[in-house]
Design a protein around this ligand. Structure first.
Ligand SMILES: [Zn+2]
Length: 114
């Protein structure tokens, strides 16, 4: 029987950052073929919930904004963990969040190692 007190990753923040980086790598593949087109596409929500299946609509410009900083992520409205991230922009179809503290540092490390 597995020990419930032995999570896969050392901390909740690290687990969340791993999940967001994973969503991001899927979205980056998608962004390769949307890139310069202005149509909105169904991107995977990059929020902290590892079982989130929400799709968000982003234009190429929205996506570039989300990628401008390694610790920023595009999420569905209200998909925010207020203890580890702040909302930096709200649009009707998606919000932009920025990681704080350890979660932000882990996200930046992932962005560098990609
Ligand atoms: Zn979500």
């Amino acid at each position: 029987m597995s020990d419930p007190f032995q999570p896969l990753f050392p901390s909740r923040e690290e687990r969340i950052a791993h999940n967001e980086s994973w969503s991001r790598s899927l979205n980056e593949r998608r962004a390769e073929w949307v890139s310069e087109r202005h149509v909105m596409q169904g991107f995977r929500c990059e929020c902290w919930q590892d079982d989130c299946a929400e799709r968000i609509l982003l234009s190429g410009e929205d996506w570039r904004m989300a990628r401008a900083e390694p610790n920023r992520f595009a999420v569905a409205p209200d998909h925010v963990a207020p203890d580890i991230e702040v909302v930096v922009m709200k649009r009707s179809h998606f919000w932009l969040v920025e990681k704080l503290g350890e979660a932000g540092e882990v996200a930046e490390e992932h962005a560098r190692s990609d």
